[in-house]
Design a protein around this ligand. Sequence first.
Ligand code: CA
Ligand code: CA
Length: 179
Amino acid sequence: MASSLQEENIKAAFDLLDTDGNGVLERQDFDLKAEKARKEFALVAGSPKHRNLQVAYTAWWERIRAAADVNEDGRVTREEFVTSVINGMLSDPDYFDTTIGGFARALFEAADDAGTGAIGQGQFVRIFGTVGIPADAAEAAFAAYGASTIDLDTFVTAARDAYGSNDPDAPGTATFGRR
Ligand SMILES: [Ca+2]
Ligand SMILES: [Ca+2]
């Protein structure tokens, strides 16, 4: 069974992903997210980093759609989403890497404009801002690392924990403001 913490975070993820706020997830919600990140990090349209973002968001949407859109109308309801994520987590140990991992990497690379392989608090907050997470929640999540910068692997783990950690003390778990 998924814990109530996981379920709360998955519900919060749905609300974040429903970018246009119409109560269902559709391809457009993910296109809007990718565009928001492109603007935030001033990526040149069609550049490799921009394409990576689009590919990652589209892949994430397709994964959600394939698992959750039972009636194949191109729309995923909150209930469909929660059920599919919980089933995915329980049945596939690589679920997060294949869903969240790609998009987290693409966002990290978009923010890491100097290509140093590390990002500071400001970049971290901007990344989470493009997803829809308030700055204070992102700052608190970053502060939990107790470091001035974090690397890609740490960031991917943070994104994974925000989404589905069962450990209330993992730094990323509180990203949605819930413990
Ligand atoms: Ca929507
Ligand atoms: Ca549907």
